[in-house]
Design a protein around this ligand. Structure first.
Ligand code: HGA
Length: 620
């Protein structure tokens, strides 16, 4: 989603701002813009619809430079993607970039229009620019203040009192060329402390080229950055000192290398991502529940049930875990879509372990669902995230950081399989603490986990055959994915991957539901993809395949060795090397990721940045 980069110091930071926006491109956006104070102290703003490269060309053409500046990639929520809606938004001599949504913007807009402010965009963000200007002039009295704010820092602290919703803001002003002011509520924002200046960004990857020393702002924080230092106040307006952390993000982790797309790179990085995520069990003879936090054993012993809250792909990881947790740990487990849970009246069970899953740890709905659960009295909370410094990780008592590395492709791949590995460890840990895991079973599962990266490598080797299949999908409008048991969520994930990046309408179904509706859709034009592991439900699944075959449907079966599913007219079979028991979903999903990737390649879509979608869904 939207990205922010800001800089202040003695050098020309325009190249840095543009490079920072380039790094944030993976989050998905529709327009970009920047503003700097030039050598004469004038505010220069440039905006462009489309790619950062377009903005870059305009900046070069205009020959703009400046030692203080803010920049933005916009993923529209209010107002169409267009140059006039792109950030920064200006009012008088000040400029603002914003990530998030101002929920009460209509009321604020009306109030400001009544004071004579003229709007030139359809965004919620422009209200912030005019509100700040009003706080800095005589209009401040109409807003209830005794007089104008003496400076931008004070104006921002006053203006945020009016804002409802979520925001990360960066603001600059012609009259105060020696400072940048930033604020955060709900949307991520961090500061970078450099040798040559000070920086702000919505994502650490935009800062690592200049510094690794970072401060992650808390909700309610407002900070003033100067070339020489930073000042911070919290929600109460009290000066605060926040911990400076050393980012371990490697600069080349966000490089494409020899790959054609980030999604392809990330699919092939899965053995490594799983190896890193499972590192702590590497040589250990026994599983240590402490990998989830110091209180883990104590909390796991208390819990009577599990509630998993997540969105999109992460929710499918949760759905796989539901099968595992109930089967192995013997605990009732519910999985709920975060955006539903946060707004419904649910019956809290304080003995439930609330598990939130998010790649970024900033997913707005999941974060809000977590806060809702806590407000309802849930004290046992655990996050599974890929970003250690994220808001979600900081808001839960227990946590597990997947070590998949930065995921750039919008369609999640390696983060998903790393989440599955984490959730399997959680299943085993719960079972162990609750006395439901024999030593023998524990050792068997640990051995399977250790071998998992190699098993994934073997699936990746099937790419040539999957690539051949993809040619036949590209002309299709619809596809059906079938699975049973803990492979049903894998059918859902396979369908999601295909629709996200190839724009083919795809549905995932539990195979047993076929005759309750979707069978009506089956004909030669709709490929039916079957996830067919060699497990106890195989015979049932074979009967479902017959139902499709008998109606002229074309089957594409991802079958484990030993399933006895044979290739014939209308039945295409891809043989996975080995059946992997409870962890088999990790292998099957890799094959489906490759299918989606290759179909998208044939269709020529923008694989890493599918239309209308964004990475890190930090708005509701
Ligand atoms: N609401 C603002 C910013 C949107 C955003 O943060 N997207 O991720 C706008 O629509 O411009």
């Amino acid at each position: 989603m939207c990205g922010i980069v800001g800089a202040i110091g003695a050098n020309d930071f325009t190249p840095f701002l543009l490079a920072g926006l380039k790094t944030l491109e993976y989050r998905g956006y529709d327009s970009a813009g920047l503003a700097v104070l030039d050598a004469s102290g004038a505010l220069c703003r440039v905006r462009a619809k489309g790619r950062v490269s377009e903005l870059q060309a305009r900046v070069a053409q205009l020959g703009i430079s400046g030692a203080v500046g803010i920049a933005h990639t916009r993923w529209a929520t209010h107002g169409i993607p267009a140059e006039h809606n792109a950030h920064p938004h200006v009012s008088g001599g000040l400029a603002v970039v914003h990530n998030g949504i101002i929920e009460n913007y209509e009321a604020l807009r009306g109030q400001l229009q009544a004071l004579g402010y003229v709007f030139s965009s359809d965004t919620d963000t422009e209200t912030i620019a005019h509100l700040l200007r009003a706080c800095l002039c005589e209009d401040a009295t109409a807003l209830g203040f005794a007089g104008p704010a003496p400076d931008l820092f004070t104006a921002v602290r006053r203006a945020v009192l009016f804002l409802q919703g979520a925001y990360a803001l960066a603001v600059m002003r012609e009259e105060e060329p020696d400072c940048l002011v930033v604020a955060r509520e709900g949307s991520p924002l961090m500061l970078g402390l450099g040798e040559r200046g000070h920086f702000a960004a919505s994502d650490a990857s935009a800062l690592v080229s200049v510094t690794r020393r970072m401060i992650y702002l808390e909700n309610g924080d407002v900070a003033r950055l100067r070339g020489t230092g930073v000042e911070l106040v919290d929600r109460q307006g009290q000066a605060v000192v926040r911990e400076v952390v050393q980012s371990t993000l490697s600069a080349d982790a966000v490089e494409l290398g020899d790959y054609r797309h980030f999604m392809q790179k990330e699919i092939f990085e899965q053995p490594q991502a799983l190896g890193n995520t499972l590192e702590m069990i590497g040589g250990a003879a026994r599983l240590q529940p402490g990998i989830f936090g110091v209180e883990a054993s104590e909390i796991f012993a208390q819990v009577e049930a599990v509630l998993i809250l997540a969105c999109g792909t992460s929710s499918y990881a949760g759905q796989v875990a539901r099968y595992w947790i109930e089967a192995v740990a013997g605990l009732p487990c519910t999985v709920e879509i975060a955006s539903e849970y946060r707004y419904r009246h649910s019956v809290p069970n304080p003995q439930q372990l609330v598990v939130v899953i998010s790649q970024s740890g900033e997913t707005a709905d999941t974060l809000a669902a977590l806060h809702h659960a806590k407000a309802q009295g849930h004290a046992y909370t655990l996050s599974i995230c890929n970003v250690p410094e994220s808001a979600m990780v900081r808001a839960t008592r227990l946590r597990f950081i997947t070590r998949a590395g930065p995921e750039i492709g919008v369609a999640s791949t390696k983060a998903f399989t790393a989440q599955l590995a984490a959730l399997f460890l959680l299943t085993l840990s719960l079972a162990k603490v609750q006395g439901r895991l024999s030593l023998e079973t524990e050792q068997t599962f640990l051995a399977e986990l250790r071998h998992l990266p190699v098993a994934v490598e073997n699936v990746l080797a099937l790419e040539p055959q999957i690539k051949r299949w993809s040619q036949r999908f590209a002309s299709k409008q619809h596809a059906l994915f079938l699975g049973r048991g803990h492979h049903y969520p894998i059918a859902l994930e396979g369908a999601l991957k295909l629709k996200e990046i190839s724009y083919i309408h795809a549905e995932g179904y539990p195979a047993g539901e076929l005759k309750h509706g979707p069978l009506a859709l089956v004909d030669a034009q709709m490929p039916v993809i079957v996830v067919a592991p060699n497990d106890a439900l195989l015979d049932k699944l074979k009967a479902n395949m017959q139902e499709v075959h008998a109606r002229g449907g074309e089957l594409y079966v991802f079958a484990d060795g030993g399933t006895g599913v044979v290739q014939s007219d209308g039945v295409n079979v891809l043989r996975l090397p080995e059946h992997y028991g409870l962890l088999s979903p990790v292998l099957h999903v890799v094959a489906l990721q490759l299918l989606a990737y290759h179909v998208a390649l044939v269709k020529g879509t923008d694989v890493d940045k599918p239309r209308n979608l964004a990475k890190s869904v930090t708005v509701e």
